[in-house]
Ligand binder design. Structure first.
Ligand code: CA
Length: 215
């Protein structure tokens, strides 16, 4: 009698487990939401002409800013975030290049997303050329929680900006080399405990059966 009950329970738990695993891994398997984040052959998919200094493609990377040319270089892409997504993992590689200037330049990265009531801007990174390591690639990664995400098309934007100030006395300047930009939905937090709980419960049933068999 107990064995039938356990077998039945086992089947139900397996069913729930398969269902939650499907949700969990389907969500987890989402590829990055941005297109051409690796800049393999060009800057297609990105707006690289906004601001006073256009961004350029160079050997599989994007160059934001032009050394010695004062102004603002803005580089961005809009993408769809599926309604119900609760968080995004954002990562990219960046490198300060050419010459540390006498007057600091500022590099910023932002996530902008549409909400029920308007727009939210999340500052991901703000770095001065005084603090940057020139000629060495830095890896950035952060998980951002989304609040009140609007159910509209192109509700997300990732934006990079280099503000290049005038260095009156010398023509030195900077650019940011950008690569491997990735924006990935983080699995539903509600699905994970259910999934992990299901595995634990199956383990417990297995342990009880084993114990009864040896008794
Ligand atoms: Ca690349």
């Amino acid at each position: 009698m107990i064995r039938i009950c356990e077998a039945g329970l086992n089947g139900i738990v397996r069913g729930i487990l398969i269902a939650t695993a499907t949700v969990f891994f389907a969500t987890n398997a989402h590829a990055t939401l941005v297109s051409n984040g690796t800049f393999d052959t060009n800057l297609s998919g990105w707006d690289h002409t906004t601001g006073t200094i256009p961004s350029t493609w160079d050997s599989g990377t994007a160059h934001i800013g032009r050394p010695g040319t004062p102004g603002t270089s803005i580089f961005f892409q809009d993408f769809d975030i599926a309604f119900g997504t609760s968080a995004l993992e954002i990562s990219f590689d960046y490198q300060w290049q050419v010459n540390p200037p006498s007057v600091e330049d500022i590099f910023t990265a932002e996530l902008i997303y549409q909400t029920m009531s308007g727009e939210t801007e999340v500052l991901l990174l703000e770095e001065s050329s005084d603090d940057g390591t020139f000629g060495s690639t830095a890896f950035f990664s952060k998980i951002v929680s989304l609040v009140d995400l609007a159910n509209v098309a192109d509700n997300g934007r990732i934006l990079f900006q280099l503000l290049e100030t005038d260095n009156i006395t010398s023509p030195t300047g900077t650019r940011i080399q950008l690569d491997n930009v990735s924006v990935t939905p983080v699995p539903l937090p509600a699905a994970f405990p259910l999934f992990a709980g299901g595995i634990g419960f199956l383990g417990l049933l297995g342990w009880r059966r084993k114990r009864m068999a040896t008794a």
